[in-house]
Design a protein around this ligand. Structure first.
Ligand SMILES: C[S@@+](CC[C@H](N)C(=O)[O-])C[C@H]1O[C@@H](n2cnc3c(N)ncnc32)[C@H](O)[C@@H]1O
Length: 335
């Protein structure tokens, strides 16, 4: 806690203009009053809770200082682009921000998930649909896949993945393509990845049909979409409605001025702008079957920030907080 208080003191060590002094006073008032809620409140252990509110005071003060740079009174409101254009623009802003260290962390996370779920991908030809920065493709190659092909409709995202592949000598191909129209012959791949992409689509059935076409019979799929019913989804739906006319560029710019980690920045920009369609395990099972896929088993994300079934079941408020949770499935295309 001491080092956080030191950081708070340093952050607030700026000349006392009236505006700065006002912000110091209101920030410290909020900090002390929030601590009182902990002090007199309940059984919450005080130290980690206090660390969190000091951290948020630092963020709030930094943010208030940055406000000065945003005093232009012109409104930003623009008529929002249609859904696919919005997603293309949004993710094209986010993925190129992943420098080497972020990429390494990202790839490591997927390597962990591959091992955690004991995926059998050795020697397989992989297709990653909506590959973003290519992180999952790189992880598959690191874990023994024979070849990796990634497609995404974002030009900047693909460019970023291509540069990373060439710099770190990955046997990967990337191309700009839509999930609705994959530029490959039928039965070309042994294993497909759809990781957090199809819940953004207006026509998932069309994308499922394309995925089934390019996958060989008996081929497998890592399928991940979000289930419905999470409280957080309501919070993000409201945020998206409030920010619907604010351009993605501005949201990313603001979030990047307050020193968030790249993952948090990505998560919040995505949550504030991207459109999600949530589903249930029952509906998804039926939808997959309609395209000739059977579910082999439910997979697990395995990280503390994942909403896996065992975590939901173990928490007395799990269903209320996370609804159906993350629906990660290993599927097979029927012979
Ligand atoms: C949440 S990101 C997931 C990225 C990647 N699969 C991962 O797990 O890191 C969703 C990605 O899907 C891509 N995407 C969305 N709709 C698409 C479409 N119709 N065709 C191709 N890519 C699409 C976006 O550009 C974005 O990179």
């Amino acid at each position: 806690m001491k080092h956080l208080l030191q950081k708070l003191t340093e952050t607030m060590d700026i000349p006392n203009t009236q505006m700065a002094a006002f912000q110091k006073i209101t920030c410290l008032m909020e900090l002390v009053l929030r601590y009182e809620l902990i002090e007199f409140g309940s059984q919450i252990p005080p130290r980690p809770a206090l660390d969190r509110i000091i951290h948020s005071a630092i963020t709030r003060f930094t943010l208030s200082q940055n406000l000065l740079a945003f005093r232009n009174k012109q409104t930003l409101d623009e008529e929002g682009p249609e859904i696919s254009e919005l997603h293309e623009g949004l993710f094209d802003l986010l993925w190129p921000r992943y420098v080497k260290t972020h990429m390494t962390d990202y790839i490591d996370r997927y390597k962990f998930r591959i091992r955690h779920n004991k995926l059998n991908i050795k020697g397989k030809r992989i297709l990653d649909i909506g590959c973003g920065n290519g992180g999952f493709t790189f992880a598959m190659l690191d874990e023994g896949a024979a070849s990796g092909v990634g497609v995404d409709f974002g030009f900047e995202s693909i460019n970023h993945a291509l540069n990373f592949a060439s710099e770190y000598e990955y046997n990967a191909e990337f191309s700009v393509a839509s999930a609705y129209d994959l530029p490959f012959n039928k039965n070309r791949f042994d294993f497909a990845i759809q990781n957090g992409v199809f819940h953004h689509l207006e026509d998932e059935d069309k994308a499922l049909e394309e995925m089934a076409r390019v996958l060989k019979p008996g081929g497998e799929v890592w399928y991940y979409v979000n289930g419905e019913g999470a409280i957080k989804a309501d919070l993000l739906d409201a945020s998206r409605e409030i920010l619907k006319d604010v351009p993605s560029e501005f949201i990313v710019h603001v979030l990047s001025t307050i020193g968030l980690s790249e993952n948090k920045l990505n998560y919040l920009s995505d949550g504030f702008k991207a459109v999600y369609k949530f589903t249930t395990m029952a509906k998804l099972t039926e939808q997959l079957a309609g395209h000739g896929f059977s579910i082999i088993r439910r997979l697990s994300g395995g990280m503390p920030t994942d909403f896996d079934k065992d975590k939901i079941d173990a928490d007395p408020h799990g269903k209320e907080k996370w609804g159906e949770g993350n629906l990660r499935l290993l599927c097979r295309k029927e012979e």
